[in-house]
Design a binder for this molecule. Sequence first.
Ligand SMILES: C[S@@+](CC[C@H](N)C(=O)[O-])C[C@H]1O[C@@H](n2cnc3c(N)ncnc32)[C@H](O)[C@@H]1O
Length: 296
Amino acid sequence: MTGRAAPGTSDLPHDGSGHRAQLADARFRLANGTTSRRLTLNGPAADPEWAAKQAEALPHYESDIDRPPAAVEALYREFENYIARFLYGRRDLAVLDVGCGIGATLPPYAGLFDPGRSTVGNAYVGLDPFAGAAVRAYPFVQGRLEDLPGAIEPAFDVFLFATSLDHIRSLEDTAAAVRKLARPGAHAIFWVGLRDSALLGRTLGATHLQPLFADLEPIAFLGRWLKLALYDLPRHYAYFYRQNRRLRHGRPLDRLHFHYFTSRTVDRALRPFGEVIDRFAPPGSADLFATVRLPA
Ligand SMILES: C[S@@+](CC[C@H](N)C(=O)[O-])C[C@H]1O[C@@H](n2cnc3c(N)ncnc32)[C@H](O)[C@@H]1O
């Protein structure tokens, strides 16, 4: 992220001291001795293609923030449980949420880091290039992950990527940044959406079959069945067919992402980060949660 600190936020010191910020007690301790809950990074100019995708995505984030679709809400809860399962029996970890979004409060999958709910001393830090809410209820770094290693001492035990990995241009640079910021024994926990048509088809089952059987009056049922067979299914088939062809030829599926993972390609995408030690596919979704152990 380029640019200056917004009024009321702390910027990194430009005193030439070469000191990097430190994370202490869920605050950033800056080289000039002050502490802050917010850090604004001064990276090199953002690349224009990335900036254009970010600008295109922002209205989607803004419209979903207060009322995410029910299926996404369910995944938020499942991802929170997945993180909690990893944290069970572990304590005093520093967690960096890479691409935490724009909200003033903790993201829905990160409620377990609310100090009131206490997950035995674990400290949560959100990072996102968008300034988002002027005041955030959690320690926050505004900037790109790629620009963080020069600005802060290695400080994190857990890295969360909740549907953010496909928005970052280079998987190799992302993995390199994570390694520079990691303390020994660190892990990364991913939530990625998959693009396999069979998995996406599974999510359509819930959308289309549930209303089909909601009213068993025979004529109404037949009407809905015909609409499904003659209109909805052919429409989805055409969409998946086009999408598969684009995936095969390495063409983008939309204007928001850099990467489009499938069951076949996701392992290759996670390999630069380390060894995948756990995978979980939430039932009925086209998503994957995975935990990676970073190299020692
Ligand atoms: C789909 S949103 C996910 C937000 C949040 N994790 C959630 O699940 O509600 C992806 C986020 O990744 C962020 N992002 C994009 N490029 C990034 C980068 N280079 N470093 C860190 N975050 C980035 C975006 O600004 C965006 O907020």
